[in-house]
Design a protein around this ligand. Structure first.
Ligand code: ADP
Ligand code: ZN
Length: 620
């Protein structure tokens, strides 16, 4: 075993590196600059934490997320690192203690906020002992990224005053443009580019049209009794109303949004991390400071405003590598809401507006087109799917299905290409025949051949499209209208005071047979009731991670973990990951060597917790 592998095993209890971790660590030890792009859950922290124990100097970590720092140092200390933090929210006592340890040379890993680093002489005072400067969430330095932070722009001159110290920039998602900007803004010198594949194979993606959101959310939540989940909504009001409904359904949940008092917000965050609250219904304000690794589902009750946002928010599920589910409920009205929110908050410059619209277009297509979700996300970030040739063979064996999205699991049926075009043409020509002057509801009635006052008054029963889709179900028609709007073939015009649907140039092209279109249809509960497998929402991935696990024992171990965590005042996932607990409940080790063989158990954890956990195992 190599030196690095030994450290990995001793401190973290892992036997092998995840992709690119070792390369990142080696670059740091060789004093080279690097840029590390790994998806959420890819194991970025290890890339800079391991160098902190592999040599003598200090590893400095600059992170914008003060809320995360305490949990991060708790985690690093559990692995036996001498970790400290300096930020504005620290008590005087803790700050004095941190400085004392720094002066005494007893710190391996130091987390700071960019503000803290830019004020005072911290950097100068630790300069002689600095081994590595790490910039976490490095996309914050770029205007093109989705979370620009001006403080990040002040870092480069500080770094440039320490030319001998290598720099490591890390982030989860970055397009090529953002990567170039990061390298430039942080002054990386010929950095080693370590670009991880963006796919998250353990996540199951689903995207469905929204109809009854409470019912739809409950269906997902009920697949995960007692497990942690996040539900994102677009507005503060809707978080509260949905939380109220879920509470009446007896669920342990809370709303969270930026309009709440800071104290309430941090309390809810802590309760969620400590597993006292299972579900948080939040605006996007929630999650930036959440490192809980065993989030088993993320639901979007509305379409987010870009694929980057979706990747980041859904990425909070399953960081521990175990199966988790991400469900998006979309409706065209979300896109209109994003536009009006953007215009209300700040008038966009033409440049920014173009970027904003392009983002909306991409996420709309992701949400509504029946295309394998894993493939779509991966290709969006300019990678090919699947990641490896072996993966390719595996896919071929399963006839090109990822096995982990609604499209490939046959929960959304894609119309074949010809049928999709013909269906779209029928819908589009109905809009056209109604002279682009009516709402979706009316056009649907016309297509279905309904008889009502409005149709008679406008003589729409005389149109060639009247009754053209008689017998089709209303839900299917509405879904297709929504998909055509999300894919830009139709638009909603509200200038007259109420929403009317109009055909666009893209729509005209489809009518002329010049461009194709993809339409899907969710398979209804009724038609899939024979297929128990689907209804339970489980798939091979989920089953695999529970294979051979004694679930009753897992729950007992989980209770013990929670007891220890609350005694020590730290989040349960830092004591042991869910994967480690499942491992114990699978192999039921009763000896030190058996316990050490569980993935996620290192020597330190064995010493600290081995006896207590083996005691529970022996009673099972
Ligand atoms: P990121 O910051 O990239 O989202 P983290 O650093 O939080 O990811 O790591 C995610 C999870 O993966 C953590 O629970 C971590 O302990 C675990 N992990 C990291 N490296 C490995 C590894 N080599 N083998 C197994 N698990 C790992
Ligand atoms: Zn798929």
């Amino acid at each position: 075993m190599g030196v690095l592998e030994e450290l990995l095993e001793k401190h973290w209890g892992y036997r092998s590196f995840r992709p690119l971790q070792k390369e990142a660590i080696q670059a740091a030890l060789a004093e080279r600059d690097s840029m590390v792009i790994l998806p959420t859950g890819g194991g970025k922290s290890l890339c800079y934490q391991l160098p902190a124990v592999a040599q003598d100097g200090i590893v400095l970590v600059i992170s914008p997320l003060i809320a995360l720092m305490d949990d991060q140092i708790a985690g690093a200390r559990e692995a036996g690192l001498r970790a400290e933090t300096l930020h504005s929210n620290l008590s005087d006592k803790d700050r004095t203690q941190a400085y004392k340890l720094l002066d005494a040379g007893e710190v391996d890993l130091l987390y700071v906020s960019p503000e803290r680093l830019c004020s005072g002489h911290l950097l100068e005072s630790i300069a002689p002992r600095l081994a590595l400067i790490t910039i976490d969430e490095a996309h914050c330095v770029s205007h093109w990224g989705h979370d620009f932070r001006p403080e990040y722009r002040q870092l480069r001159p500080l770094f440039d005053s320490l030319p001998h110290v290598p720099r490591m920039a890390l982030t989860a998602t970055a397009t090529e443009q953002v990567r170039e900007d990061i390298a430039h803004q942080l002054g990386l010198r010929n950095p080693e580019q370590l670009l991880g594949h963006p796919d998250r194979p353990n996540l199951i993606y689903r995207s469905f049209p929204r109809d009854n959101i409470t019912k739809q959310v409950l269906e997902v939540v009920n697949r995960h009794p007692g497990e942690g989940g996040i539900i994102y909504c677009l507005t503060r009001k809707s978080t509260e109303s949905l939380a109220g409904k879920l509470q009446s359904a007896g669920l342990n949940c809370a709303a969270y949004h930026a309009g709440m008092a800071a104290g309430d917000r941090s309390r809810i965050q802590a309760e969620f991390v400590n597993e006292n609250i299972h579900i948080v219904i939040a605006t996007v304000a929630f999650g930036m400071g959440i490192d809980r690794s065993n989030v088993r589902f993320v639901i979007h009750a509305n379409t987010p405003k870009s694929i980057e946002h979706y990747q980041q928010e859904s990425g909070r599920a399953g960081r521990d590598g175990l199966a988790a589910e991400c469900v998006l409920f979309h409706n065209y009205s979300d896109i209109a809401t994003h536009r009006s929110l953007a215009e209300r908050d700040f008038p966009l410059s033409p440049d920014r507006k173009a970027v904003f619209e392009a983002h909306l277009k991409d996420i709309s297509r992701f949400a509504s087109a029946p295309i394998c979700r894993h493939q779509f996300l991966t290709e969006y970030f300019s990678f090919s799917y699947p990641a490896t040739p072996e993966g390719n063979q595996a896919l071929e064996a399963r006839s090109q299905k990822c096995g982990a999205c609604d499209v490939c699991l046959d929960e959304t049926k894609e119309l074949d290409a010809k049928e999709a075009v013909i269906t779209a043409q029928k819908l589009l020509s109905a809009v056209f025949r109604c002279e682009n002057r009516f709402g979706v509801g009316h056009v649907v009635d016309v297509l279905l051949g309904k008889d009502n006052e409005k149709i008679r008054r406008n003589r729409h029963d005389q149109l060639s499209v009247y009754g053209l889709m008689k017998g089709q179900n209303v839900v299917a028609l509405r879904t297709w209208f929504d998909q055509l709007m999300m894919q830009g073939a139709l638009r909603m015009n509200t200038e007259t005071g109420y929403p009317i649907v109009q055909i666009t140039p893209i729509g005209l092209n489809i009518c002329y047979g010049k461009s194709d279109v993809r339409l899907g249809l969710p398979i209804t509960e009724k038609s899939k009731s024979s297929k128990q497998e689907r209804r339970s929402g489980s798939n091979a991935k989920d089953k695999g991670s529970w294979e051979g696990v004694d679930k009753a024992l897992f729950e007992k171990l989980r209770a013990l973990r929670k007891k220890i965590a609350s005694k020590k005042g730290m989040p349960p996932y830092i004591i042991f990951s869910d994967e480690a607990l499942r491992g114990m409940a699978r192999t039921k080790p009763q000896s030190k060597s058996g316990f050490l063989a569980v993935k996620g158990v290192g020597k330190r954890k064995l010493e600290q917790y081995g006896d207590e956990f083996m005691m529970v195992i022996s009673q099972a």
